[in-house]
Design a protein around this ligand. Structure first.
Ligand code: S3P
Length: 500
């Protein structure tokens, strides 16, 4: 879905003559008003509170060569760094899913128009400190990444911005980002409040910080580094566990002074403030977190043999693939190459007999979004799969630890939560026949729609509307490979979707 940006002429200005500067400002205002209106209409459509349940049933062998849409993390960053850069950034392969479109709308509302032109997205960057106060609240829908990264942007600009989101996002913790950004000079106008909606006031005089991440979070790291671009001096983030490093890679690509060094087993990442980013051409690789569902499906549906082209295989993102190989999964990385500073490969996957494994806590940051799908197919493995270090799963789009365990139990899979661990007792087959409550969480929906392709009875998920936040092509791509989905005869309402 392309951001629909209508360029209008200047509104009537009476008898006053305008300077070119004020004309430009008025045009920008009109543009932002149009965008706010478009945003409103689209949001009304998105939040129709009409759940879309779907049933997955046993499929015959999956086959074919496909591509998955662009990586979500890289897409958000391309838009944001493009907006902060001087000149135009052109992006091919941008993920056109709701989360990313909301970030495109947000940067546009801040005065850096992002729009689709042919197969590319163009972002007209505003240069250092050049973004302007938006006319309306910025709505990030379901997206924690968009929200938290943009908090780093707002921190470095003298503007007041209200951020809002959907029911899921409005429950998610923001203190982890607001804490360090407040140390740098961000003001939170609703003092003491730590969830959206929030009104934030940034400043042109941000202070640099050295900050040790209390939780392994690339979103927090990135928000601080983005704010650090605007601070006077060096801002350093210290992380004990490596989290996805797209911000560091892409900031360097845009010309920022970013360095990383190891000290006492930690990584110290430093950005020098006050520099200038330069608009770039970016190609977004396929999202390994989306490819995960196709890979998992091919492993559990007997006789399958599929290839997914052009998938990002950055080592900070492929914990799931390492785990699935340890389980006995036939997954090959073919034609591994580099594009735009990121490693990509074609993945060939064939159905395999899986065995249960222990997934260590240290691997969690490199597969944090993939636990629901790993757990959903762990029932097809023989033996226990124990996943440790899952505390962060509790604060994702839903409490994914609980939602995953509940979905498994509803479908006849033995599973238990022990503190921050999830243990799935695999028997080699899954009964299915249950209803999964998705709690507005796209990955819970897709995980169980994957497991249902090999379970004895169909698996129904109560809603698939949220799938569009990250992977609108999910059903179409799965069906191209041979998956079997069907709308269940009667709609299944979930409590979250009841009209207020
Ligand atoms: C993301 C980081 C992860 C991940 C999210 C995308 C990013 O969140 O769950 O889907 O793009 O930086 P945390 O960094 O909070 O773990």
């Amino acid at each position: 879905m392309a951001a629909r940006v209508a360029l209008t002429g200047l509104p009537a200005q009476g008898l006053y003559r305008q300077t070119r500067r004020s004309q430009r400002a008025t045009q920008a205002q009109a543009l932002r008003r149009d965008i706010a209106l478009t945003l409103f209409t689209e949001l009304a459509a998105v939040h129709s509170f009409q759940p879309k349940p779907l049933a997955a049933r046993r499929a015959s062998a999956l086959s074919g060569r496909v591509r998955v849409p662009g990586d979500k993390s890289i897409s958000h960053r391309a838009l944001i760094f493009g907006a902060l850069a001087t000149g135009t950034t052109r992006v091919r392969g941008l993920l056109e899913a709701e989360d990313v479109i909301n970030t495109a709308k947000a940067v546009t509302a801040l005065g850096a128009p992002a729009a689709k032109s042919g197969a590319e997205w163009h972002i007209k960057g505003r240069g250092p400190g050049g973004l302007t106060q938006p006319l309306a609240a910025l709505d990030f829908g379901n997206s924690g990444t968009g929200t938290r990264l943009m908090m780093g942007v707002v921190a470095g600009h003298a503007m007041t911005v209200t951020m809002i989101g959907d029911a899921s996002l409005s429950k998610r913790p923001m203190r982890r980002v607001l804490g360090p950004l407040k140390q740098m000079g961000l003001q939170v106008m609703d003092e003491g409040k730590e969830t959206l909606p929030l009104t934030l006031r940034g400043t042109g005089d941000l202070l640099p910080v050295t900050y040790t991440l209390p939780v392994p979070s690339a979103q927090v790291k990135s928000a601080i580094l983005i704010a650090g671009l605007h601070a006077a001096g060096e801002t350093t983030v210290i992380e004990a566990e490596a989290t996805r490093d797209h911000t560091e890679r892409m900031l360097r690509f845009f010309g920022a002074d970013v360095s990383a060094r190891q000290q006492d087993g930690n990584t110290h990442i430093t950005v020098c403030g006050g520099g200038e980013l330069t608009g770039r051409d970016i190609v977004v690789p396929g999202d390994p977190s989306s490819a995960a569902f196709l890979v998992a499906a091919a492993l559990i549906v007997p006789g399958s043999d599929i290839t997914i082209e052009g998938v990002l295989v950055n080592t900070t993102r492929i914990g799931l693939y390492t785990t699935l190989r340890e389980m006995g999964g036939a997954i090959e990385f073919l034609n591994t190459r580099e594009d735009g500073g990121e490693a990509i490969a074609d993945l060939r996957v064939r159905s395999s007999d899986l065995k249960g494994v222990h997934v260590p806590a240290a691997r969690a940051p490199s597969m944090i979004d993939e636990y629901p799908v790993l757990a959903a197919i762990a029932g097809f493995a023989r033996g226990d799969t124990r996943m440790d270090g899952l505390a962060e799963l509790k604060v994702k789009e839903s409490d994914r630890l609980a939602a995953t365990a509940d979905g498994l139990l509803a479908n006849g899979v033995s599973a238990r939560v022990e503190g921050d661990s999830l243990i799935v007792m695999g028997t080699g087959s899954v009964k299915g026949g249950g209803l999964v409550a998705t709690h507005l969480d796209h990955r819970i929906a897709m995980a169980f729609l994957t497991a249902g392709l090999a379970s004895e009875q169909p698996i129904i998920v109560d809603d698939t509307s949220m799938v569009a936040t990250s992977f609108p092509e999910f059903r179409g791509l799965m069906e191209r490979l041979g998956a079997a989905y069907q709308e269940p005869a009667s709609a299944v309402p979930s409590s979250e979707h009841k009209q207020p």
